[in-house]
Design a protein around this ligand. Structure first.
Ligand code: ADQ
Length: 421
């Protein structure tokens, strides 16, 4: 039995060549020391369907696997989590789909997670539930275990009350979340949106806790090598995202195209990790992005000199640091984003005031990184204007943001949430 239990959809591990390896990520970096100090465990899905595993440890963390079968993966993960909640919570960039069978599977999987937590949690333990896939866990736990202290953190935005009310199962989710001792949101607006759905006398505590990065995990690396690889351009821009329709990758390519049309010289590196590829909207996003890359390279590139270097796979953190440090302008243009850690990682790789960040107003990060060149991704010309301004940047802006990011890291985030809880 554990006094501290973190529960998230995914365990922070991947199986590589038959062995479990800790997967890198800010959340695990922040929580590993807390888990070790408090003798805690992490409950989650190990990332492979149809496997049943006993609890094990990796990277010094006790892990408790929750199994998912193929139907869970389709209806709970791809269905309700990522084709209902994800688009609804990101303000309907694509239309959410409402299916009773997906909902029932979401309930069943949340019950499985809650049962697993219940078995691991000692009397009076603190349980920290993560994210939109597990919103029913607080309510299910509270019914069975009134002794627990339950916190919930939502990593993605919470939509305005009028949008949330579309959800046929809105009452069930709201009532579960109200079983928490504390609910954390990324931005004040998310918290206000949630509170707007509650009666005035609701007693649940909420707070705003903007997540951050581990600045030591992304280091500037070798920027000169990256610049050389792409032919030492005059102006180098960079995009780094999961291939997701919320990230506005196509919009930024269109802005880049207009910037070149105006006669400017520049090169863009776009790194895009594959994501949720069995969902049609994700495949469509990839097709649109790849068509635009081909067209723009066809118009403005020459043999051996493309203007866009595009890859559709992840890169290691070390390499990523070199890309961040090499880029004169970072393009972060989501239509909607809970926070966007890429923006903070870029800033952390520019301690000397070099570089410039073009950032969507609709990313949670824009609240803290208000010295970025802000843009509206729904208006391609607004991205172009931000790029033009960022091409001649004021170094004080990057220095101010660097100071902020390095003093407000992910450890501080976890500590402030747990202290409030
Ligand atoms: P994500 O939507 O996944 O996270 P983000 O915050 O940008 O978005 O985190 C992505 C992470 O993956 C970053 O650490 C980045 O380095 C890495 N990554 C992305 N693309 C990569 C690539 N091509 N190669 C290598 N690494 C790549 C969700 C929410 C966010 C919120 C986080 C944390 O959608 O809004 O900030 O959770 O709460």
């Amino acid at each position: 039995m554990y006094d501290f239990v973190v529960v998230a959809n995914r365990l922070p591990v991947d199986r590589v060549g038959g062995r479990w390896q800790a997967s890198p990520g800010g959340l695990v970096a922040a929580l590993a020391p807390v888990l070790r100090a408090r003798g805690g465990c992490w409950v989650g899905w190990p990332g492979e369907t149809n496997t049943s595993l006993a609890p094990f440890s990796a990277g010094g963390i006790e892990l408790v696997p929750v199994p998912l079968d193929e139907a869970d993966y389709t209806d709970f993960y791809e269905g309700f989590s990522n084709s209902t909640l994800w688009p609804l919570y990101h303000d309907l960039i694509v239309a959410p789909q409402y299916h009773q069978a997906w909902w029932e599977r979401y309930v069943a999987v949340n019950e499985r997670f809650a049962l697993s937590v219940e078995k691991q949690a000692a009397h009076g333990a603190t349980v920290w539930v993560q994210d939109y896939q597990l919103q029913l866990v607080p309510g299910l736990l509270r019914e069975r275990r009134p002794d627990l202290k339950i916190g919930f953190f939502l990593h993605i935005p919470f939509p305005s009350p009028d949008l949330f009310r579309q959800l046929p199962w809105r009452e069930e989710i709201l009532s579960s979340l109200q079983a928490c001792d504390l609910i954390g949101f990324q931005r004040g607006t998310d918290e206000q949106n949630f509170r707007g759905l509650l009666p005035a006398d609701a007693r649940v505590r909420t707070g705003t806790f903007p997540i951050s990065i581990d600045p030591d995990a992304v280091a500037p690396g070798d920027p000169a090598r990256v610049r050389e690889l792409v032919g030492n351009p005059e102006l180098l821009m960079l995009g780094v995202d999961r291939m997701d329709y919320t990230k506005g990758i196509l919009q930024r390519l269109l802005a880049f195209e207009r910037f070149l049309e105006a006669g400017h010289q520049a090169t863009l590196i776009q790194l895009a990790t594959p994501s949720r590829e069995r969902i049609e909207h994700y495949r469509e996003t990839r097709r649109e992005v790849e068509a635009a890359v081909g067209r723009i390279n066809g118009r403005f590139g020459s043999v051996g000199r493309p203007v866009i270097h595009y890859v559709h796979h992840g890169v290691g953190k070390e390499e990523l640091g070199s890309y961040y440090a090499a880029a004169d302008i970072m393009l972060v243009t989501p239509f909607k984003d809970g926070m966007n850690l890429v923006a903070k990682e870029y800033v952390a790789c520019h301690p000397d005031g070099s570089g410039a960040l073009v950032l969507s107003e609709f990313a949670g990060a824009a609240v803290e990184l208000d010295q970025a060149y802000l843009c509206n991704p729904f208006d391609v010309d607004s991205i172009v204007r931000a790029i033009e301004a960022a091409a001649d940047p004021d170094p004080q802006r990057m220095r101010t943001m660097y100071e902020w990011v390095t003093t407000h890291d992910v450890d501080a985030w976890a500590a402030s949430f747990l202290e409030a809880l």
